[in-house]
Design a protein around this ligand. Structure first.
Ligand SMILES: Nc1ncnc2c1ncn2[C@@H]1O[C@H](COP(=O)(O)OP(=O)(O)OP(=O)(O)O)[C@@H](O)[C@H]1O
Ligand SMILES: O=P(O)(O)OC[C@H]1O[C@H](OP(=O)(O)OP(=O)(O)O)[C@H](O)[C@@H]1O
Ligand SMILES: [Mg+2]
Length: 290
């Protein structure tokens, strides 16, 4: 059976389970369940702390897992596991912050104390940036209080809306240390007898998740257009591969069907309308395999 790690709590947990459910897998109903076996799909789900997912997958105990890109960087298990794909949720940035007006660039932190829950990630980054003598102070959470309470001069933390920082009287400075989202990670693979079955199940999971991403990000657009304007219309809606063109009873016209980014729906309809397209219909994609 394919063994999959899923965040059991925190910012990624609900969205990870929702995505797996949308991909046709069984998920736990009760927050107390630690393991769930989906017999039909041949997958076993293990509910673990998001921070620990990289440890289980990196050591080969579990085959694949969902975690945050920032958490994965921080876990230092690059040797055992790698990122397969971004999952489009749990988006955040990891940023430096300090009291308003105190710092303007990362280089200002040379020789200063910086509190964070992501020390490995931050230490690596300061080394890469060539900023010397930064004292990285590890805290488990509520990092925003570190400066006010005097344990650090600045902090580095996850920023989503920025509300937490603002409430603490802090502001970000410098470029983001990293941009994060939930990711799927996979181990090196095993030499066991069932290696082929595991690989097949992993491939299936990846295709299903890609299908969910596409179904969430794209809509199906149908419209009629004069044959003479077809090429211009295709340029507006090129589709993922190539749009479907069907003949109409009126030989001067054709019907076009194409997948388009959901976010651009109205802009594309306006452009098509201006070009002379009519009967423009948009439908959501329930599921897909690309
Ligand atoms: N608003 C947010 N707050 C915290 N983490 C977020 C947010 N948005 C996205 N994330 C992502 O979620 C992951 C952190 O998950 P989680 O909050 O469960 O960890 P944690 O803060 O270490 O745990 P906990 O708060 O339960 O001690 C990271 O990958 C982070 O980038
Ligand atoms: O930019 P925002 O939208 O305000 O979100 C970011 C905040 O949320 C997280 O804290 P969490 O609630 O997980 O507490 P923690 O610091 O104890 O982990 C994170 O550590 C930031 O503090
Ligand atoms: Mg948290």
């Amino acid at each position: 059976m394919l063994r999959v790690a899923v965040p059991n709590k925190g910012a990624l947990s609900e969205a990870a389970m929702a995505m797996l459910t949308e991909a046709g897998y069984l998920q736990r109903r009760d927050r107390k369940e630690l393991v769930l076996v989906d017999e039909e799909n041949g997958v076993e789900f293990f509910y673990l702390r998001p921070r620990d997912v990289a440890v289980y997958v990196g050591s080969g105990i579990l085959h694949v897992g969902i975690t945050g890109r920032d958490l994965f960087q921080d876990a230092r298990v690059e040797t055992g596991a790698s990122e397969i794909m971004g999952l489009g949720f749990g988006r955040s940035t990891f940023r430096l912050a300090g009291p308003r007006g105190a710092f303007s660039a990362a280089a200002d932190l040379a020789g200063k104390r910086v509190a964070t829950s992501y020390d490995a990630l931050l230490q690596q980054w300061f080394a890469q940036q060539g900023i010397p003598g930064v004292d990285v102070v590890h805290l488990d959470g509520a990092v925003e209080s570190a400066v006010r309470l005097g344990v650090a001069d600045a902090i580095a933390d996850v920023v989503e809306t920025g509300n937490t920082l603002k409430a603490a009287g802090m502001e970000t400075f410098g470029e983001p240390v990293m941009v994060s989202e939930a990711i799927l990670i996979s181990g090196k693979g095993t030499d066991h007898d069932d290696a082929e079955a595991i690989e097949r199940a992993t491939g299936r999971l990846i295709r299903r998740l890609q299908g969910v991403l596409v179904a969430r990000q794209y809509v199906m657009m149908d419209y009629d257009i004069r044959r003479t304007d077809l090429q211009a219309a295709i340029a507006i809606t090129p589709g993922l591969e190539s749009p479907t063109i069907s003949p109409l009873a009126d030989e001067g016209w054709v019907a076009v069907r194409s997948m388009v980014p959901a976010k651009k729906t109205n802009q594309l309809m306006d452009e098509l309308y201006d070009l002379g397209a009519r009967a423009i219909l948009v439908t959501t994609i329930h599921a897909c395999r690309v």
